[in-house]
Ligand binder design. Structure first.
Ligand SMILES: [Zn+2]
Length: 74
């Protein structure tokens, strides 16, 4: 208790940014389909296209595990 190491520094700001994940495979490799139509997302890993996007990294990790079990590791 009370001992905290402070070595992350700038990296911490990056991780505090909201990460977005594919709701199908849990991959963080998602992008807007078109920059102008930012309500649609595309996943570069599984090819998902849709409006749903996942913001919870824990759920994404679970999905990713399941997806890898189903589809095997590339
Ligand atoms: Zn995906």
């Amino acid at each position: 208790m009370g001992v905290e190491k402070d070595k992350e520094g700038e990296e911490k700001n990056e991780t505090e940014r909201e990460m977005l994940y594919c709701p199908v495979c849990g991959s963080p490799n998602v992008e807007w389909l078109l920059p102008q139509i930012w309500s649609k997302w595309v996943c570069k890993d599984c090819g998902y296209i849709g409006v749903l996007i996942l913001e919870d990294g824990k759920i994404a990790a679970e999905l990713r595990k399941e997806w890898k079990e189903k589809h095997g590791t590339p």
